[in-house]
Design a binder for this molecule. Sequence first.
Ligand code: FES
Length: 266
Amino acid sequence: MSSTTDRTAGRAEIAARTLRTDLWWRPPLIQATVLTVLLGYVVVRLFLRQDYWVPEYNYLTPLYSPCISTSCTEGSTHFGSIFGELPVWIPLPIIVFPILLGFRGTCYYYRKAVYRSILQSPTACAVKEPARRYKGESRFPFVLMNYHRYFFYLATLLLLINTYDAALSFFPPGGFGFGLGSLILVANVVLLWGYTLSCHACRHVLGGRLKHFSRNPVRYALWTRLSGLNARHMQFAWASLVSVTLTDVYIMSVAAGWISDLRIVG
Ligand code: FES
C-alpha cells in the first residue's frame, strides 16, 4: 500500500488525491481570490477613519454605520455617541465589523465557500482533504458557527439602520433631493435585505418548529415566500458583498473629492 493511500476507515483506498479530471479546482480558487481581496479591502478601509461621510448629501457608507463615537466626523453620528474618543488602533465601526464578520462568517453559504476554497476541507466533492482528522464544528472557533441565528438578529438591526441611512440620503440639508449616491445606497440596501431575508435562520424563525402549517397560515405563507428567496441565497451573498464594497468605494470617492456626485434632483 502506498504511503499516500487514504487509510481513513470506511473510505475507498485510493492513492491519488482525486480521480476527477474536470476543472474542480477553479471555483474554489476564484472564491478564495475574491474573498481575500474583498476582506482585505474592508479591513484596510475600517482603519482609514476618513472619507466615510458626505455631509452635503447625507451619504454615510454602510461600513461605518452606525458611527457611535466622539471620534466620528461631525454629523455622521445619527444615533449619538455611545463611545468616547477611540484610539487609532480601534476601528470606528467598533460594533459593525464584529457583527458583519460574525453574520457572514457563520452563514451557511460562506461556510461552504470558506471550507472549500480556503480551509480545503474538502476543496471539492470526491477530492481528498489535507486534514487527517475531521473534528466538525464541535470545538472553538468553529463551534461559534452554531450561533448564526443570533448574528442574524443583530445583522437585521444593522440593516434597519442602513435602510434609515439610505432614506436619509433623500433629505440632504437643503431639502428633498437625490443623486446617484442615493440610488446606490438604495440598491445596496435591497440586496442586503435579499441576503438577510433569504438566510436559513430567517426561514427557520418564520416557519420552523411548527407541527401544523395548516394552523399557522400566515407563517406558512411567509415561509413559502422566503423559501423562494432562500434558493437564491448564494447569489444574494455575492451580490450584497460586492454591493457593500462598491457603495463604500463610491462614497469614499465623493467624500475625498475624487469625483462629484451625479445629482438627479436637487
Ligand atoms: S445562512 Fe447565510 S446569512 Fe444566514
